[in-house]
Every structure is written in C-alpha cells, then in structure tokens.
Design a binder for this molecule. Structure first.
Ligand code: HPA
Length: 268
C-alpha cells in the first residue's frame, strides 16, 4: 500500500467518518445516479490528489462514502480508462485507497456491447470471467513478485453466488458471461467482434479488466456487472456510439441497481 493511499484514506476518514467501508462500487457509463442514493459524503476527485480526472461524459467524478441499504460503501462515480491517456494502471491509487478504507470487496459496473442474441440491449450480465483482448496490463512495471497475480476465480464465486441470489430474489433477469477488454476509444470492427466472440467472449467493453487485475493484486475480492447498451459491431442494426451507450445505459442500470441493493441488504 503506498504512503499516498494511506494519506488519502486518512483525509477521507477525516471528512466522511472513520467507520470501515465494506464494499467499493465503481460506476460505469450512465450509472452515476447510484451515487445519489448513498446517504453520506461526496468528495470530488479534484480534492483527492492523484485521483483521475474522470473526463468522459457520462461519468460523474465524486467519491461518495456512506450508507446504502445499511452497508457502508465507497462509490466511485467515475473511472479512468486506458484510452484517455494510455495508462492501464490509472485506477491503482483509487483502489489502494479503497483497500486502506477497510474494504474487502470491489464491484465494478460497466456498459458493454453484446455478442449474444439472447442478451439484447437492456440486459445485464454478471461477469464469470474475462479475456484481456488488449495485451495491456496495469501491473506492468510493478517491481515486486506480487505482480504475478493468479487470475483463477478472479470474479469471486461467493460474491457471484450472492449476486445471483439477489437477482433471483428480486425477479431480475441477469445473464452470466465472459467480458472482453478492448482498449478503445474507437469501437471494434465487425471482424474483431467475430474474433472476440470466437475466442469465447459474450460481451465487450473498454474498462473493468484492469480494475479487476488491480483488485486481485491488492487482495480485494472482485465482481462485475455489465449493462448491455448495444449489440456489438456487426451483430445488429443499432448505431454504435457513445451517445447511444449513454441513452441505453439506464435500461440495464435500473436492473443493476435492483440487484446491487438486494445484494447489500443480504450482506447486512
Ligand atoms: N464496444 C466496446 N465498448 C462498449 C460497447 C461496445 O460495443 N458498448 C458500450 N461500451
């Protein structure tokens, strides 16, 4: 854990209270409203030196610490993506801070394109595993042997089972599937989508994978849920654009929020 992260955690505790955080949530495109539901303190990323300037429209850059369904959470209202600056480890400091705040669990959310006809726009998908289609890694340059992180069960089986139970209890349709990380910022070509689907991925997006690698490195259990905002390139007639992603995210986001709230109620 870096000194910087310890210092930021102390600063955050002084503002938001010192009770340990249990769960960290990273919000993807169009999911920012979940932060508004937290009863707590919002700290702009700009007040936290070293935090990314989450400049992608659709992301709201506050860290919100407080209570959601009776569980103390840290909600990251924005993430940094590799495509913004070419740094795969841009979320390392925020995740180190999450660990220093006492969290044991990180749940990432994202918007993604679907390669599965039975998982159309508006669906949600609980990640069972991922394919790093980018060749990048947030731990390149990490000097210690801790960099050799095992990625078996990277998406924690127990947390996935709890998310599944929460979906079932609330009557929410949630698929299971493999997510492929594509660097972006351009979207994929139809030929790339065909290749990614052939390799075994069910959905594709531009985030989450580096965060899950970092979370495992830091000893955080991780899970992730995608909201499907479009059929991937060549798989449907939808126009694929960031505008479309933001417009479609709320459909899945409502389901995602239902599942997350039930998950937290069960955790309490
Ligand atoms: N590809 C990559 N990222 C995405 C997509 C997509 O089709 N939809 C939303 N994020």
């Amino acid at each position: 854990m870096s000194k910087n992260a310890e210092g930021l955690a102390a600063q955050i505790k002084a503002i938001a209270g010192g009770a340990p955080v249990r769960v960290g949530l990273i919000l993807g495109s169009g999911l920012g409203h979940i932060a508004d539901a937290v009863d707590g303190t919002a700290i702009p990323y700009g007040d936290l030196p070293g935090f990314p300037h989450a400049g992608v429209s659709g992301h709201n850059p506050d860290l919100v610490i407080g209570d959601l369904e009776g569980v103390r959470v840290a909600v990251f209202g924005g993430r940094s993506h590799y495509y913004e600056h070419g740094k795969a480890d841009a979320m390392r400091l925020p995740l180190e801070v999450l660990r220093a705040l006492g969290a044991e669990v990180m749940i990432a959310t994202n918007a993604a394109g679907s390669m599965r006809p039975d998982m159309p726009t508006g669906s949600i998908m609980c990640l069972s595993d991922h394919i790093n289609f980018s060749g990048l890694n947030p731990l390149i340059g990490e000097p210690t042997d801790a960099r050799f992180v095992p990625m078996m069960d990277a998406y924690d089986p127990q947390i996935r089972a709890s998310l599944r139970a929460a979906a079932d209890a609330t009557g929410t349709d949630m698929a299971d599937g493999v997510y492929a990380w594509y660097s972006g910022p351009s979207f994929e070509t139809p030929a790339e989508i065909k290749a990614i689907a052939t390799l075994g991925a069910d959905a594709v997006g531009m985030s989450t994978v580096p965060e899950v690698i970092l979370a495992r490195f830091l000893g955080l259990k991780s899970a992730a849920i995608s909201t499907i905002t479009n059929m991937a390139a060549g798989m449907g007639d939808e126009a694929i654009s960031h505008e479309h992603t933001k417009a479609m995210a709320p459909i899945g986001a409502a389901k995602l929020e239902t599942v997350l709230r039930q998950f937290l109620r069960d955790l309490k």
